[in-house]
Design a protein around this ligand. Structure first.
Ligand code: HEM
Length: 557
């Protein structure tokens, strides 16, 4: 008894000492402690909410940069967790470029991989390199061009569904549609066909088993108010095995469906590719899954660089996860912005109709491959459409911010002076970070920074792209000097894919309908991605109702 008691006391003392060391002593040696940043009023207060809240983050970033400079110390989960929020272009370039030093935190990787497996979003190191190498050819310009017809087909299918709905209420001037929900069904269909040659048919109905499996799985990733369940998935997955709850049961059910249905598709495709190799008539499949499988057996790929069937399946699920909601939200936000700016909307419609006179997408299935390519080439080069898409991607990036963790001590270069806690300026041109430090990459923060984009940076002004300020031209980013698709080796592999999708959807929808706002106030909220919600009605889920009116050329609209 005595021994148990003294062991218990020793254990407790050790635990308390460790907690005191971690909370109060270690942070003093963290080099970030010297940096200027908001003073947290309480022991357990955090700066994460204002920095990550899509409705106020632009203002917060502005206040912070004015007060503390561009290398800002913020508090994460507690006093032991000082983090670097950087709004310095040199620093963000350094962090995103050096992806072996700055990895994604294991917690977010664990959450993603427990839902959709360890595909490219979650993998690190050699595993990520191998996966990215096998996947890169699938996203080449040439391969993506082959997907253009099916994207148009889905866009016109969506348009026809909306026309049908409008016809059902001919007495009304337009119908109220939740464009967010509808566009999401369409982009799911696109990624199903383009991703693995699979018809979810979600525009028509939402009954498909695999569609539900993916939707329910992604819902878990984005459900609000399940912090405890998320913590269990990340920190104690064994607990969910012993005491299964609703979430763990959903994950198991969805994974069973995905493994069964998508696993069968993989086996069928592999078989077709092998048959093609034997017969000398290569299998012609152009969907991402077929391309991944072909690339994985390419003769010039060394054996140790090939990936397993499981990796292939995980990456197809990753494309579903990373490629459906991001694209649908961009289309949704673009339609919403156009509804707020009717003059831009009608200029855009006029541009598109004038460039493609007499083109009717009614019979897209009759178009030859060349005709569709010509159509898309014309669209891709329309100046205002291009500016509208760039501007929407800049103003409301679906991925609001990202996070990295330093895997070693490092000196991060800066362009702007580093302000210290005592009000002085650091004499060295870098920020020291120690191993384990979290770095916040403010995607929206850079996209909306007035120092680079000008005083009107927060406004939707597509014509700004005619003459960008020099400072904006110098910003890092995979696309158009924005961080919307990130930068460096972990940047978005689906950029070109999504541009094809966004431009053809906007063309199809805006040339057919006029979009007007409803009386409901829409607000942005970050639930993994930046989503629209009705003000004070977030419990109803993400939605973006707009009034959709079939366009009549004799109207001025
Ligand atoms: C508007 C649409 C899209 C946006 C804004 C977007 C944005 C991003 C961003 C910001 C990242 C980096 C994430 C991070 O660092 O934490 C990323 C990565 C990724 N995206 Fe996209 N994405 C879009 C569409 C797509 C599409 C259509 C696909 C696939 C078909 C895709 C596949 C991926 C993959 C696989 C990664 C991980 C890349 C890696 O780590 O090597 N994305 N995307």
């Amino acid at each position: 008894m005595h021994v148990i008691l003294s062991t218990g006391i020793a254990g407790l003392t050790g635990a308390v000492s460790y907690a005191i060391y971690q909370t109060f002593i270690r942070p003093r040696f963290n080099p970030l402690a010297r940096l200027a940043g908001p003073e947290s009023p309480g022991l357990f207060n955090s700066d994460l909410a204002p920095v990550l809240s899509a409705n106020i983050s632009a203002q917060v970033h502005e206040i912070y940069t004015n007060a503390y400079g561009r290398s800002i110390r913020i508090r994460g989960m507690g006093p032991w967790d000082d983090r670097l929020l950087t709004l310095d272009p040199a620093s963000v370039s350094h962090v995103l470029k050096n992806s072996t030093v700055y990895e994604k935190p294991w917690q977010s990787r664990k959450l993603i991989s427990s839902l959709i497996g360890c595909g490219m979003l979650a993998a690190e190191g050699q595993m990520h390199k191998r996966q990215r190498r096998v996947a890169t050819p699938a996203f080449s310009i040439q391969n993506l061009r082959a997907l253009i017809p099916l994207v148009f087909r889905k866009g016109t299918e969506l348009r026809d569904r909306w026309l049908e709905l409008a016809m059902q209420q001919p007495e009304k001037e337009g119908i109220r549609l939740d464009v967010c929900h509808w566009v999401s069904r369409a982009t799911f269909d696109v990624i199903g066909v383009a991703g693995f040659d699979y018809q979810f048919n979600a525009i028509q109905n939402e009954d498909n088993e695999l569609f539900h499996a993916y939707k329910d799985m992604f819902e878990i990733g984005i459900s609000q108010g399940s912090a405890l369940s998320t913590a269990i998935i990340v920190y104690a997955p064994w607990l969910a095995k012993i005491f299964p709850n609703k979430i763990s049961r959903t994950i198991d059910r969805c994974q069973e469906v995905i493994n069964r249905v998508a696993g069968k598709l993989i086996q069928e495709k592999k078989h077709k590719i092998e048959e093609g190799q034997k017969s000398g008539v290569p299998y012609a499949g152009r969907d991402l899954l077929s391309l991944l499988l072909k690339s994985n057996v390419a003769v010039d790929l060394p054996a140790d660089q090939r990936i397993s069937d499981e990796d292939i399946l995980n990456n197809v699920s990753t494309f579903m996860f990373a490629g459906s909601d991001t694209s649908s939200l961009t289309v949704t936000w673009t339609l919403w912005l156009l509804a707020q700016h009717p003059e831009v909307q009608s200029r855009l419609r006029n541009e598109m109709l004038a460039a493609l006179p007499g083109v009717s997408l009614n019979d897209i299935s009759q178009f030859t491959e060349d005709e569709i390519q010509t159509l898309y080439n014309t669209l891709a080069n329309l100046p205002l459409l291009d500016k509208v898409v760039r501007e929407c991607i800049r103003v409301i990036p679906p991925v609001h911010s990202s996070i990295r963790v330093a895997t070693q001590d490092d000196e991060i270069p800066v362009d702007y002076p580093v302000r210290l806690r005592d009000g002085t300026i650091d004499t060295k041109k870098s920020v020291s970070v120690s191993k384990g430090t979290f770095i916040h990459v403010a995607v929206e923060g850079f996209n909306l920074d007035k120092t680079f984009w000008g005083d009107d940076a927060w406004e939707f002004k597509p014509d700004r792209w005619d003459d960008l300020p020099e400072a904006a031209r110098q910003l890092p980013g995979l696309f158009s000097n924005t961080l919307t698709f990130s930068a460096g080796p972990r940047s978005c592999i689906g950029l070109r894919f999504s541009l094809i999708e966004i431009k053809s959807f906007i063309y199809t929808l805006v040339s057919t309908f006029v979009f007007k706002p409803t009386d409901d106030k829409i607000v942005k909220s970050n639930v993994v991605l930046t989503r629209p919600y009705l003000s004070k009605r977030s419990e109803e889920g993400s939605q973006c109702p707009l009034i959709v009116i079939p366009y009549n050329p004799s109207d001025s609209g």
